[in-house]
Design a protein around this ligand. Structure first.
Ligand SMILES: [Zn+2]
Ligand SMILES: [Zn+2]
Length: 127
């Protein structure tokens, strides 16, 4: 498996984006590694590209963008039960804790631990 990959990133607190080579992520026990095969642009990505007022108060570069994608699972963490190597997947881009009151009562959108792909943690505009 490759150890480095191309990614579309916001390297610093300024307008613009760059394509950079970065390490392929090492997955945690509850994560999967996805080979991204398709991704789409959202308005959020344009805000970050333009570095407008919203992006300036919300995003902390350096950051890999992208939260809308599909691809194939190529590695599975030891605690993962619902995805397998070779699965073709997409993702709900709000990564929540799964443990709090909101998460356990079907209201994960209110989880205080929510981390959004491509906004709060590395995103999917990467191989
Ligand atoms: Zn979006
Ligand atoms: Zn939660």
């Amino acid at each position: 498996m490759a150890t480095r990959m191309r990614a579309i990133r916001k390297p610093e607190r300024a307008p613009g984006l760059v394509v950079e080579e970065i390490p392929v992520p090492e997955i945690q026990p509850g994560e999967v590694l996805v080979r991204v095969e398709a991704a789409s642009l959202c308005g959020t990505d344009l805000h970050i590209q333009q570095w407008d007022a919203w992006a300036q108060q919300r995003v902390s570069p350096p950051l890999t963008l992208g939260h809308e994608f599909a691809g194939t699972v190529v590695a599975v963490g030891r605690d993962v039960r619902h995805a397998h190597e070779g699965d073709y997947v997409s993702a709900e881009s709000h990564v929540t804790c799964g443990m709090c009151f909101h998460c356990r009562t079907g209201q994960a959108h209110m989880c205080e631990q929510t981390r959004i792909l491509g906004v709060d943690r590395p995103g999917a505009f990467a191989e």
